[in-house]
Design a protein around this ligand. Sequence first.
Ligand SMILES: [Zn+2]
Length: 385
Amino acid sequence: MTKIKVLLFCILSIHCFFAFTQNINVRIFSNVKVEEMEFVPSFGNYILIIDSSFEQKIGRKSKINIEKDKDSLTVKLNGELLRKAKRVEFLAQGLKAFFKIDIKTKKEKERRYDDNLIVLPYKDKQIMLINKVNIDNYIAGVVQSEAGGATDNVDFFKLQAICVRNYLYTNMNKHLNEGFNLCDDTHCQAYLSRANKPQVIQGAWNSKAEVIVDANGNIIETLFHANSGGMTVSAEDVWQKPVDYLQPVTDSFSIGMKDYRWEHFIKIRDWLNYFKGKGMNIKNDSIENALLTFSQQDGRKKDIMGIPLTTVRKDFGLKSTFFSVQKWGGEVKLDGRGYGHGVGLSQQGAINMCEQGYEYWQVVEFYYKGAKVVKREDIFNQLNN
Ligand SMILES: [Zn+2]
């Protein structure tokens, strides 16, 4: 190859590389009032860019402090005033750079995030922090924040990563009018740090570009709950709207897991009066008897004497709608199974499946009827940053 060809090849490779580096802007510390912050590179070097006009390379020994002063930001480097600014960006050099950020309040510990950070003035005395992060690094961070302690099984983390990617795909413009894609709170998906657990990182990166689609190829909403109690619920029974891939599944994998069983005791009088309040004639013996012997031993039901179980669950604060009733002295004992709404994937069942050796796509096909895992390289192309 001639020198020119080599050069051209390099330029094209770099171009292709950047074309596939898809970043997302996530507001961090979004539920906290941030008035100042300290940035320190933890690994790799950074370029500090102020108002697109000033650039300085910063390494691991540099400490940058930013706070708001009137409408602008005051930027200090190692304690010395550097500039006043409207926008500050920390641009990661290299693929693995990450930084430490401390917002100097007692309640919030310092956190570590991958890739880049943008700092902007916000309302009152506050500043806004936006992590401009590679999509798969973001996905790994969410998986670790939400389920990092659940198991060490890589397939389970792949499954979680794909669910996070599905959510991301359908919600990536949720905060666009505020100047970022997603927040780091449970309003979007909890994203409290970068991932540092190897199995979580492996799960996110080894499922790269994979999403779950329904039988028509549409990205699905990956609803999940803690434990199905042995049988999942159709979406229609909970939200009155049928969804093809959210149908009841007999789920032996949830049996015996952490939240499989629960008990709840209610005074007989309170239990019957509750239904009286719903217009039922509890003086009628057969109605009273039905309320005191209600059973779901043979499978889930939708209602108890016409009252939706979802309503009963909400009114008594029950772990699930999957319970049977029996008299227990002056009380009724609710013998319950499962935890959560019961629709879609049972997290504890999924962990059990993965630990038994099932692969992540088999778990997907088990809980979401007719759905499958596919690679969609194009899905985040609308993110142009
Ligand atoms: Zn949000």
